[in-house]
Design a protein around this ligand. Structure first.
Ligand SMILES: *Cc1c(COP(=O)(O)O)cnc(C)c1O
Length: 879
């Protein structure tokens, strides 16, 4: 591609057009001698006013009371738990802000390369407890609040979850922020500040899921800082005019404003505090004013509504796409604001634009932020006047793409007419990228028209569609899957042609991980304490290096340790039983085996297999004599999870679980040996209660469909055993803990395609294929658990083409359940399995995963210990 612009102007440092005051402008400048120049006033007075972290109890209580009086404007004698929580949270936030500012200064000064994690979802859960833990201030706040007459645990319960995500993908982003901060890597997250997070799930009188909005910002959110001065204009619609060569001018249309809100992300056992920047959409002032002036009040209000609508709600779909215009608007709004912000920060470094990839890496969490690729092209080509080829080179050294699924219904495609209308310049750029790319493919594989059609960014049809995964792949330096099997499937299926074209080295694996701070220490303090005492190590030793847990293996045969291990589990089961009793009124036998399946409700995750298994068990118990039943070990089965509001089959699954529970729990013959609960409104905070209480958990997706799974890791870290298919990270967990400690069943991935083909073209009636399952299905259809007709569409998914292969796996599933029952009889053996499982979870720390990303992608691996270096910055108060 040729360009008519003067090449000598390329690569010269360019000052940012500052939309806002530079963040570094708040800090002292450095003079020629390397001395800090205080910006104004008397340096000594300033320094005397700077506050450190409140670490001791008197300082803490003083700051809490101060916030009650000033920030909350309330009198100390009418403070309730919620007020006390807010004041304590603001006091903790003071500490975070100090560390946060120092961290930013440190990285700016060092000129460190930064990595940005672009994710449309961050499922953060609660912050208060986590911040106390990471700052190592929990005991002090516990004492302080108790001096003020409050119980810290009650205050922790006052916080509403930040539910800005659907499930695993959003929670992964949250775990990765915690790890990046803890490992002192300069990684920022960018996302959207939805007014409404994931909906609140209620269960209606007939057992159906009902959805209520989640107004999580209804009360002030003490964990965010509005940044009214950090804002960018974002354009939609309008028209794009080619100017010269590849350059164009995009103008007209609608402009909205993106305003930043910062959420501080404290690292564990370090002062390093990273940032999650969330964008809110606002109408552009002046734009509305015209309409007001014209006397068209309603239109002006409409415009402001349509601007605010962009960040109003999180789309509640997991693993399915819908192609809604507002969703595309969200994606562009977020990527455009984030890139403008990244570009501004880069320009403050006064480097040549050609050095952009040396200072910036951008990780794309799934295809949701793929528009960042044409957006950066637009900035480089149209605004920075970089020739096309050089701009493309910058792109392909900046971006990294994480694929999260190979399910066809989850692969994002956007209609070309929609994109042309909303983002005319980006559509042009995508067509140009495609043209050049397909020429290269044609050159490498001459005459292979099918290959060209498969690799094209545009899928032919009415309408044509843009394939976002293809765009993300060719615009990225590297592409990764999220567990070994999944990465292999990415290479072998959806990206096969791209592997042929680029070579295999562009495609790699980073197995997901979870943060042990939240998923061990915070949710299971009893276990964390026992581990610390047993290993004779401070908690930080294994919470920062999870491989240290292997030290537990030395104690696996120690009966005293086994007893204490079992006692911790028992306490956690009682805590869950208490929660269930308070929320549902049901009492639970905590001596029973706790069997848990909690995750989004989706056909591929096969909650249906689980509920059919429960029904099968119930029918078997009913067929026994009471003497036989007395010998059966009791079991409690828990389900939790939300279904996308438009996902009919998933919602029917919930209804079936709830109605089976009503029958089973009320049956006097069986209720002591089998009970069943659907716990509504599954969330991070509910997971923190459920996971430590599990004896066994279920991860039973059809082989090849679950990319990784992360709740499997959470359960195992907490000493719960795993019942699962040979899928996702289950495989790697078994590699670590030993296959004899995992209950595997079901067909393997290579068999799945053939089996589906058989079901499609040589169907065998259910009765013949799997009589056990047929009996269950018939009981449901006959109305044993309420109106059988209502369940017909759900039952038909098994009777007809059985895409997720329940009939193929049901018998081996029952077999596995039987093995679980038998294993649980030998309690000592079970405890040993449990200890071994926890001990071998080192690999699944998100610290390891982040280390992999830093090394393979971001090259920000230099461990810049800000704890030490922060002290080099002289004016910072030493604490
Ligand atoms: C970990 C987690 C998930 C992911 O669960 P999977 O079983 O891996 O799908 C979903 N939701 C919440 C609240 C989680 O904490």
């Amino acid at each position: 591609m040729t360009s008519t612009i003067d090449p000598s102007t390329i690569g010269k440092p360019a000052r940012a057009r500052r939309h806002v005051r530079s963040v570094t402008g708040y800090f002292p400048e450095i003079d020629e001698k390397g001395q800090e120049k205080w910006p104004r006033g008397d340096e000594k007075v300033w320094k005397a006013g700077l506050r450190g972290v409140h670490r001791d109890v008197p300082a803490i209580t003083k700051s809490v009371v101060h916030h009650v009086q000033t920030s909350l404007a309330r009198q100390p004698y009418n403070i309730d738990d919620f007020g006390a929580y807010q004041a304590a949270a603001l006091s903790v936030r003071d500490n975070l802000i100090v560390n946060w500012n120092n961290t930013q200064l440190h990285h700016n000064r060092k000129g460190n390369k930064r990595a940005y994690y672009l994710s449309l979802e961050f499922l953060m859960g609660r912050t208060f407890d986590n911040a106390l833990l990471n700052l190592d201030l929990k005991p002090q706040y516990d004492d302080g609040m108790s001096l003020l007459g409050f119980n810290l645990e009650d205050l922790i319960d006052q916080e509403r979850d930040a539910g800005l995500g659907n499930g695993g993908l959003g929670r992964l982003a949250a775990c990765y922020l915690d790890s990046s901060a803890s490992m002192e890597l300069p990684v920022w997250g960018y996302g959207l500040r939805y007014q409404y997070g994931i909906f609140q799930q209620l269960i209606g009188p007939d057992g159906s899921q009902l959805e209520a909005p989640d107004p999580w910002l209804q009360n002030d959110n003490p964990w965010e800082l509005p940044r009214a001065d950090v804002k960018y204009e974002v354009r939609f619609y309008g028209h794009s005019e080619r100017i010269e060569g590849m350059k164009a001018l995009w103008s007209g249309g609608q402009e909205v404003v993106a305003v930043a809100y910062d959420v501080m992300i404290p690292g564990y056992d370090t002062k390093n505090t990273n940032n999650l920047r969330l964008w809110e959409s606002k109408p552009k002032r002046g734009f509305d004013l015209n309409s007001f002036n014209a006397g068209d009040y309603e239109r002006a209000v409409e415009a402001s509504n349509s601007a605010a609508a962009i960040t109003s709600v999180l789309y509640p779909n997991d693993h399915t796409t819908f192609g809604k215009e507002l969703r595309l608007k969200q994606q562009y709004f977020w990527t455009a604001a984030s890139l403008a912000d990244i570009m501004r920060r880069f320009k403050n470094m006064e480097k040549s634009i050609l050095e952009f990839p040396d200072y910036v890496s951008i990780q794309l969490n799934d295809t949701h932020p793929t528009l960042a690729i044409p957006e950066l092209m637009r900035i480089l080509v149209d605004e920075e006047e970089v020739p096309w080829d050089q701009a493309w080179d910058i792109i392909t050294r900046t971006f990294f793409f994480t694929n999260h699924t190979v399910l066809p219904e989850a692969l994002e495609k956007w209609s070309v007419p929609l994109m042309q209308h909303l983002l005319p310049r980006h559509m042009q750029i995508i067509f140009d990228i495609n043209l050049i790319f397909l020429q290269a493919v044609e050159k490498k594989f001459p005459g292979d028209r099918d290959k060209l059609a498969r690799m094209s960014l545009i899928e032919e049809g009415y309408p044509q569609q843009v394939r976002m995964a293809n765009l993300a792949c060719i615009g990225s330096h590297k592409v990764n899957g999220v567990a070994e099997l999944h990465s292999e499937l990415v290479r072998a299926t959806i990206m096969k042609d791209f592997v042929d074209f680029y070579g295999v080295s562009k495609f790699f694996n980073v197995t997901n991980g979870i943060t042990p701070r939240r998923w061990l220490d915070q949710c299971n303090p009893g276990l964390s304490r026992l581990i610390s005492e047993t290993l004779k190590l401070p908690k930080a030793a294994f919470l920062k290096d999870l491989y240290q847990l292997e030290g537990l293996l030395k104690h696996i045969d120690d009966p005293k340790f086994q007893t204490m291990w079992a006692a911790v589990k028992q306490t956690n089961k009682e805590r869950l039983a208490h929660y269930v009793e308070v929320t549902t009124g049901h009492r639970i036998n905590t001596k029973a085996m706790f069997d848990i399946q909690i995750k989004r409700i989706h056909e591929y995750k096969r909650q249906t297999l689980n509920i059919f298994g429960v029904i099968h068990r119930y029918l078997a118990l009913k067929a026994m004599t009471s003497a036989q039943r007395k010998k059966v070990n009791p079991k409690v089965v828990f389900f939790g999870g939300k279904a996308a509001p438009g996902y009919y089959i998933a919602k029917l699954t919930i209804k079936l679980v709830v109605n089976v529970a009503r029958i089973v729990n009320a049956d006097p013959e069986t209720k002591d040996i089998l009970s069943l609960f659907f716990l509504p409104d599954y969330s991070v905070s509910l997971a923190e209660i459920l996971i430590p209480a599990s004896d066994i958990s279920q991860h039973i997706s059809t082989a090849g469909t679950e990319a990784s799974g992360t709740s499997n890791m959470k359960f195992c870290l907490n000493g719960g055993l795993l019942l699962g298919t040979v899928d996702g990270a289950n495989i790697e967990i078994a590699e670590e803990v030993g296959e004899q400690n995992v209950f595997f069943f079901g067909h393997l991935t290579p068999a799945v395609e053939d089996l589906r083909y058989q079901h499609m073209y040589h169907p065998v009636p259910l009765e013949k294929k799997c009589p056990g399952l047929a009996r269950v299905v018939n009981e449901v259809a006959a109305g044993r658990f309420g109106d059988g007709n209502a369940y017909e569409p759900l039952l038909n998914t098994v009777r007809k083409n059985d895409y997720y292969l329940l009939t193929e796996d049901f018998d081996s599933y029952l077999q596995a359940l039987k093995l679980v029952d038998e294993a649980y009889q030998d309690r000592t053996e079970w405890i040993k399995k449990s200890i071994r499982t926890t001990a071998k979870m080192g690999k699944f720390s998100s610290d390891r995963a982040i280390q992999d990303y830093a090394q393979e992608c971001w090259q920000t691996g230099v461990k810049s210990c800000s704890l030490k270096v922060l002290q080099d910055i002289k004016w910072i108060v030493q604490i």
